[in-house]
Ligand binder design. Sequence first.
Ligand code: NAP
Length: 304
Amino acid sequence: MRIGFIGLGLMGSRMATNLLRRAGYDLVVYNRTRAKAEPVLDLGAIWADSPAQLARQVDLIFTMLAHPEAVKQMALGEEGFLDALPPGAIWADCSTVNPSFSREMASQARERGIRFLDSPVAGTVGPATEGKLLFLVGGGPEDVETCRPLLEVMGRKIVHVGGHGQGTGLKMVFNLLLGEAMLAFSEALVLGRALGLSRDTLLDLLLGSAVVAPFLNGKRQRMVEEEYAAEFPLKWMRKDLHLASLTGYEEGIALPAVNVAKEVFALAAGDGLGDEDFSAIYQFMADKAGLDQSQAKASYGRDE
Ligand SMILES: NC(=O)c1ccc[n+]([C@@H]2O[C@H](COP(=O)([O-])OP(=O)(O)OC[C@H]3O[C@@H](n4cnc5c(N)ncnc54)[C@H](OP(=O)(O)O)[C@@H]3O)[C@@H](O)[C@H]2O)c1
């Protein structure tokens, strides 16, 4: 089976590398910025000059793209892949997009005799590198089984959630929790520090306690060192909260906290933090509160 991979960013480059290294599949790749494909080309992947050219050479295509607009551009734009795939081929979209968009892509694929799966992932660059992602898959059971061996090369667990849009629906639920928890924790730290509590005392006592989400432990170093190298870029968290808000509107339900969080992430992105890790929302909140980070370090020194 020949496989195509489109979208070689932080996540896609690692997933494609696993398909090449661990399973030895023939892999044809395309990325809007060719330079990012060089590492996988060095490992033996074949470059295609356009999504359509890629599609003419493969039976199964993975996409791992930034947002719905990028997916639509690659699938249905000029030289898009959807019209060029052979009938019966499978398209598994691993991008984090909204469920109604996944259903729209499933319908566009069906019209062309292409089978579609929404297969977003939980887990960031570490699990992507190690092939330990969690895949949340929506689509037909037979199509899931066809893709399962490949998903298992990139992931530790494959969950078939339900029909089209159910995979991206569950992913949206995950990221709502992730975004709101990061913001709530940041706000709590800012309040504690405004009250004169040292940042490190707060981190020592709160992290690992029952009141905070376990993933926050992994963000400690970034917050202490004020270095926010992106695992999951803040601009994509903003995008996911926007898509959750949009989905709430489509479903006729109110998601008030999502909309507040979305706007805080928008302000942080506007302040130039979009390419930093989404935990930089703590820095943004501390700055807005007028808390001097160097004082936090000094107060930590006194505590010792
Ligand atoms: N990073 C994480 O921890 C993580 C975890 C789970 C899920 N996700 C999701 O996975 C997806 C990819 O995330 P990432 O972290 O790998 O992001 P990334 O490093 O920014 O990569 C984004 C990819 O989308 C492409 N792209 C962006 N706009 C495009 C456009 N208009 N047309 C064509 N291609 C376009 C980029 O191409 P260029 O190289 O040309 O820019 C790149 O290949 C996102 O949906 C994200 O929400 C990320």
